[in-house]
Design a protein around this ligand. Structure first.
Ligand SMILES: C[S@@+](CC[C@H](N)C(=O)[O-])C[C@H]1O[C@@H](n2cnc3c(N)ncnc32)[C@H](O)[C@@H]1O
Length: 355
């Protein structure tokens, strides 16, 4: 069996992901709202967020869930991500956002961190009452250049994404108490997507190679590290775990990027139907920041894997690669007509109960 435990995916830290993930924030908040008071009874409740990154969206989601818990409850929260995540930033975010509302929130909160891949067990058996994972399960372990064992480009992706999700679900099955809930949301295949920006991403990588920030080989070998599952791929996974999990809720929702809505509102009433330059600049900056936050480290890892012959590509720091990527991507988006297409994602929402 393929090892997935050494997964080292991470978002760009130092507050960058927190500041550039407004699309994911909408999804996380909705996911937190799917917990009802009758589903979190008792004096001691354990919540876990799998793939929490720097935590601002995680806290938004968990706050919603905590509102449904009894006021005299003690709540333990496990924040999980890979060892490569920025835990200093997560800790600062938790401190700022989780403790701040304590004055109004009478519940005692005990945050814990679990820095391991969620493809392995991260807490003991029967430990978790409600587990969450948002905007993470479309990351495919063997599309991560830092993990080793990269998936060949002609491999059957459907088989791989099924193996990933079953591994995740069966590991969570052990961690959840009987009757415990798993709330999952991740982007799936749909008409509303981020695809209109993809050509600019690949052009930006070519620009980075021309300027010797990364090697030509890295630019040509780069692959997007995620896969948007089809409805069939999701049904197949749920079918495979039907003896372990009951499906309580399963629905899709189109979530338009807030930056697109904001941008569109600036010229909705304009007779010419064209955006003004400032609004377009701001939109390109927001989308470039969002992509750099999520795939900036994948670009760095690809650059490390395919260093190339030029000595300057060997010396580009991670910081330099990410900042030049943000700059070049913004320029490429600005030159393209991606702004004419709605940008966002279809997300699936799943509420599963351990049988
Ligand atoms: C796009 S971020 C989503 C963060 C947050 N849940 C949100 O909704 O904004 C995806 C997160 O999943 C994490 N991740 C990916 N694979 C993982 C794994 N195998 N184990 C733990 N975390 C993982 C990444 O490191 C990243 O922080």
């Amino acid at each position: 069996m393929v090892a997935r435990n050494n997964e080292r995916t991470s978002m760009v830290g130092g507050g960058y992901y927190n500041q550039n993930s407004s699309l994911q924030a909408l999804v996380a908040e909705e996911c937190g709202g799917l917990v009802s008071p009758d589903e979190c009874q008792g004096g001691s409740i354990t919540l876990a967020d799998y793939g929490c990154s720097e935590g601002s969206n995680s806290v938004l989601m968990l706050r919603r869930a905590i509102e449904s818990c009894p006021e005299d409850a003690s709540i333990t929260i496990v924040f999980n991500d890979t060892p490569a995540n920025d835990y200093n930033s997560l800790s600062a975010t938790m401190d700022r956002l989780l403790r701040e509302p304590d004055k109004k929130n009478p519940r005692k909160i005990y945050p814990l961190m679990a820095p391991q891949s969620y493809y392995q067990q991260v807490v003991p058996d029967d430990f978790v009452d409600i587990g969450f994972s948002t905007a993470s399960l479309h990351w495919i372990a063997r599309l991560q250049p830092a993990g080793g064992n990269l998936l060949p480009s002609d491999a059957d992706i459907s088989a791989e994404v099924l193996a990933d999700i079953l591994h995740f679900l069966r590991t969570r099955y052990r961690e959840l108490r009987s009757g415990g809930l798993l709330l999952l949301s991740f982007p799936v295949d749909g008409e509303l997507s981020l695809k209109c920006a993809y050509p600019s991403i690949f052009q930006c990588l070519t620009d980075l190679a021309v300027e010797k920030v990364i090697s030509k080989e890295a630019a040509s070998k780069f692959r997007l590290p995620f896969h948007f599952r089809t409805p069939e791929e999701i049904s197949q996974a749920l079918q495979a775990v039907k003896g372990e999990f009951e499906v309580v809720e399963h629905f899709d929702r189109d979530v338009t990027h807030p930056a697109f809505l904001q941008f569109q509102s600036t010229f909705a009433d304009s007779p010419s139907g064209t955006p003004d330059a400032k609004a377009l600049d701001a939109y390109c900056k927001a989308i470039s920041g969002g992509f750099t936050a999520i795939i900036g480290n994948t670009v760095v890892d690809t650059a490390r894997l395919f260093r190339g012959a030029s000595s300057s590509t060997e010396t580009s720091s991670a910081e330099e690669i990410r900042s030049r990527m943000a700059e070049k991507l913004q320029q490429r988006l600005r030159k393209s007509d991606f702004w004419r297409t709605s940008l966002g994602n279809k997300y699936v929402f799943l509420k599963l109960r351990k049988i």
